[in-house]
Write a protein that binds this ligand. Structure first.
Ligand SMILES: [Zn+2]
Length: 211
């Protein structure tokens, strides 16, 4: 069948969807990142979905708390990551907008998160009902996308001091946004490069990212 005029050229063998899974190691820290990816040749979108299973730590965490945090996490995730990059398939030159969203699920999750009462320090797998800023959930979900911290940490050789290649002070969402200014934090080109590389690895496609 001939493609309609103006439709993007599709490679018959191109993998359209995959689960991207990566083992991450950053000095003493290790974690597995994963998400689903789906190329939509009609909408020209490359859709990333992170499936999150959110479980209350105890009975003091209410339905309303869970609902509120799900809304906040989705909003923060999309504010910092959704629609920031264009993914180009180098074989067909097709350009896809990189779209991201969370899906809250009961089974089949990419990440299981415990929701704790009160205030505390969020990490990738533990969130708190009382959020003290509007950015940290987006940062933690960045780890779920296979991205590393970028602030100075003496425990990690690659970013043991500011001169090391893994340390960045350029208003990165993965950096020290408390010191640099929360309002200035953003996704960086190198994050798009990592995500495009991981999707390429999972799909066998040759991909690049641009802002
Ligand atoms: Zn972090």
């Amino acid at each position: 069948m001939l493609a309609p005029r103006g439709a993007p050229v599709q490679r018959q063998d191109a993998v359209q969807r995959a689960t991207v899974t990566k083992q991450n190691k950053d000095g003493p820290y290790q974690w597995t990142s994963s998400y689903d990816v789906d190329f939509d040749d009609k909408a020209l979108q490359c859709n990333i979905t992170v499936k999150v299973k959110l479980t209350p730590a105890d009975s003091t965490v209410t339905e309303d708390d869970q609902k509120k945090i799900k809304g906040l996490a989705q909003a923060q995730f999309q504010k910092y990551w959704d629609n920031k990059f264009t993914i180009t398939d180098n074989a067909t030159k097709t350009k896809y907008k990189l779209r991201l969203s969370l899906a809250f699920v009961d089974t089949g999750e990419h990440v299981a998160v415990t929701l704790h009462p009160g205030e505390g320090r969020d990490n990738r797998r533990n969130w708190y009902v009382k959020q003290v800023d509007n950015i940290t959930l987006a940062h933690e979900l960045g780890h779920q996308l296979g991205l590393k911290d970028e602030y100075v940490d003496s425990a990690v050789p690659d970013r043991a001091d500011a001169s090391k290649p893994g340390a960045h002070k350029d208003n990165s969402i993965m950096g020290d946004y408390y010191a640099e200014g929360e309002g200035k934090a953003e996704a960086k080109q190198r994050h798009g490069d990592t995500i495009a590389g991981d999707i390429a690895g999972a799909t066998g496609r040759s991909l690049g990212a641009s802002k």
